[in-house]
Structure formats: structure tokens, C-alpha cells
Design a protein. Structure first.
Length: 391
């Protein structure tokens, strides 16, 4: 733990329930939350895959009224949030069900901020001079259809401001979901490339939060378990999507990694990829996966003992290795995992050498830079980006 004078806190406002077929309990959970007409926040991909139908069936069987908002896109912009807020008010909704990946859950949280505070979510950006949240959002049930962001249990929403070409955070316990309802059966139709990208996002959350300056025993515990689950089950989930054991434990890995965020932040990977996602149409999970190894190569000297513990969690026998050797093995294990599951490089995502100065500058100014376990400069980010383009 690097900052012993920092006042740490860990809060989990979200109830977590999970199991195969968990969505059948949705009507009862809405009744507990006193929600009579939820706005279902989702995206076209979830609808086309038939996943929304699986969520709607128990609602229809129980004669629950609802309104559907399926206009969410990845890296959701402010307009998507504003349109959802308008839909919520127009149809007199009194709560939310977010069905999908991080984009749908983050959008529902942001709409909740606009409803509860009666102002645009941009007013509550986590930045100097902005307002703090003062009211709880309306009841929100998060039903993830991917195993990656952990947004179902985080205290954060990430929204894109197109005018600035910047992804910003809104956060705090008042923003968190009221219930995370995890049903791994909704994950079995996830394409292999999405399984790979979201799984690496979960791994990155765990590694960054385990090694960052804000780490604490509570977050360390869940982070290590998440790393262990990803190391054991991600390859299986990518290889055979109907492997229910792998799907279940990857869902738990995402949830645990989301909890490892605690109330603070991550590190360089998320500083890089959040700003990248505000400028380029990149899938967040794949961008994270493409930058995680270069950042680990840079960061291991800041927390060599913890990096050695990451190697153990990934299943490596580090007996007889020096602290340095064990730390470097952790980097190699993550590199091998990314290669095995077919993670593309940054070049394949349309990033070029000429983009580096701008991306490095934006990453350096991102608030998550502060928590990184090794000091960062503008030149450091440029170095890491160049390395990422080589892989």
C-alpha cells in the first residue's frame, strides 16, 4: 500500500444475486424495490441476439408494465443519455432495468442521475468545479449479458462528451445499482471476440486495482480471486461459449473485479483507453486488452511483490524464482493469454504512430493516472503507446 496517510473507504450499496436462470426472479425483485414500470435500457445487439426476450418473458408472465429504450451504443454519448431521460419521463417510469454490457449499465446510471437531479449528467462529472451527487438514483437492476466491465457493482458511469472527444466519469455510492442480477445463461451466445475483450477488461480491472496506489485489503481480496478465475476460465469461455462452468466463473470474475475498483480508480490502462474511446470508435475491452501488457511491462517495478502474487493467481509455480523473475512471469502469462484468445493490436483498431502525441497527452491528464503504481510522465505514455503498436 503506497499511501498510508490516505483515508481509504470501501462501500458496496449494491445487492448481488446470481445463479443459472436468475432472471426468472426479476418480477419479485422489482416488487421488493417497489418498481411498477421500469425503463429497460439496452442496445440493438442484445435485442437481435434474443437476450432481451429472455428478460421480458418473466415480466410478461407476471404482467409487469415496462418501457424499452434500446438505443444504447458503445461508448455512449451525452445524447444517448438525454434521449433516455426523455423516454423515462414521457412514459412515467419509476425505475430501471439495464440489460447488456457496460454501455447499457452506464447509460442507465447516467439517466438516473439526470432524473434524480433534474440536470444534465455532465454537470456531475468527476472534475474540479463540477457538482457532487446529492440524491440517490431511482431503483436500478443491472443484468449484465457480458462478463467484463463489472458496472453492475461499480460506483461509476463512463459517458462520452463528443464535443470534447472525451470520456468522463460520474461516480459515488448514490450512483450505484440497487441490484446486480447475474444470470450466466445470458452469456452463452456471446461471440468469442466479445468474450475475449470483456474478459480481459475484467482481468485489467483486477490487476490495476490490486496494484494501484489506492489498493486496500478489501479490494486486494476480490481482485486476486478475479485474476484466478480469469486465468482458469477465460480460455475455456472463448473456446466453447456453452461451457456453463466457464461462463459462471467469468461472470463472477467480472463482478469481483468490479468490486475491486472500490470507491477510487485504476491506473494507466484505463487512463489510456477511456481517452482513446472518446476519440476513436474502439471496443473498450479490446483496447484494454491491447494496452494491458505494455503497461504491465512498465509498471511491474512499482509493485514487484504484488506482480509475483499475480503470477501465482494465474497458476504459475513461482517457487525458487526471485521477486523480479516472478513479476516478469506475470507479464508473460498475461501476454500468452491475450495471444491465445486472439486479441488484436492497436494498429488493427486504427491507431497509428501519428496519434500518439494526442493520446498520450489526454491519458496523462486523465484522473486515473494518479493511482498508477509507477510514476508517469507524458513521455512515459508515449513510450507505452509505441510499445503497444509494436505488439
Amino acid at each position: 500500500m503506497k499511501d498510508l496517510n490516505h483515508l481509504h473507504y470501501f462501500e458496496v450499496p449494491t445487492v448481488m444475486k446470481h445463479g443459472l436462470g436468475a432472471v426468472k426472479h426479476l418480477p419479485g425483485e422489482l416488487a421488493i424495490l417497489k418498481v411498477k414500470k421500469p425503463l429497460i435500457v439496452t442496445d440493438e445487439g442484445v435485442v437481435k441476439a434474443g437476450l432481451l426476450d429472455q428478460v421480458l418473458k418473466p415480466l410478461k408472465d407476471a404482467a409487469v408494465n415496462y418501457e424499452i429504450y434500446d438505443e444504447v451504443v458503445f461508448n455512449p454519448p451525452l445524447k444517448t443519455v438525454a434521449n433516455g431521460t426523455e423516454r423515462y419521463r414521457k412514459h412515467n417510469c419509476d425505475g430501471f432495468i439495464a440489460v447488456g454490457g457496460g454501455s447499457s449499465m452506464d447509460t442507465a446510471k447516467a439517466i438516473g442521475v439526470e432524473i434524480s437531479h433534474n440536470e444534465p449528467v455532465l454537470e456531475y462529472e468527476c472534475a474540479e468545479g463540477k457538482k457532487e451527487l446529492t440524491k440517490r438514483i431511482p431503483p436500478l437492476v443491472c443484468i449484465p449479458t457480458t462478463a467484463g466491465t463489472g458496472s453492475e457493482v461499480t460506483l461509476w458511469s463512463v459517458i462520452t462528451d463528443p464535443e470534447r472527444k472525451y470520456k468522463f466519469n460520474v461516480g459515488g455510492p448514490l450512483l450505484a445499482a440497487h441490484l446486480a442480477l447475474i444470470d450466466p445463461l445470458l452469456h452463452v451466445s456471446m461471440p468469442a471476440w466479445i468474450t475475449a475483450g470483456t474478459g480481459m477488461d475484467a482481468l485489467c480491472h483486477a490487476i490495476e486495482c490490486y496494484t494501484c496506489a489506492y489498493a486496500q485489503p478489501q479490494t486486494d481480496a476480490v481482485a486476486l480471486m478475479a485474476i484466478e478465475y480469469v486465468g482458469k476460465y477465460l480460455r475455456r469461455a472463448v473456446a466453447y461459449g456453452k461451457d456453463l462452468e466457464a461462463r459462471y466463473y467469468m461472470a463472477m470474475a467480472a463482478l469481483l473485479a468490479g468490486l475491486s475498483y472500490g470507491a477510487e480508480s485504476a491506473g494507466a490502462v484505463h487512463a489510456m483507453t477511456q481517452t482513446m474511446g472518446g476519440t476513436f470508435p474502439v471496443h473498450h475491452g479490446l483496447a484494454v486488452a491491447a494496452t494491458l501488457v505494455p503497461v504491465m511491462e512498465y509498471n511491474w517495478m512499482g509493485e514487484p511483490a504484488k506482480y509475483g502474487r499475480i503470477a501465482l493467481a494465474l497458476g504459475v509455480d513461482t517457487f525458487g524464482l526471485t521477486e523480479r523473475e516472478a513479476a516478469l512471469v506475470a507479464v508473460e502469462e498475461v501476454r500468452d493469454l491475450a495471444e491465445d484468445i486472439g486479441i488484436p493490436g492497436l494498429k488493427d483498431m486504427g491507431i497509428s504512430e501519428g496519434d500518439i502525441p494526442m493520446l498520450a497527452r489526454e491519458a496523462f491528464n486523465d484522473p486515473q493516472t494518479i493511482g498508477n503504481p509507477r510514476d508517469l510522465t507524458l513521455e512515459s505514455y508515449e513510450q507505452i503507446y509505441r510499445r503497444a503498436l509494436e505488439i
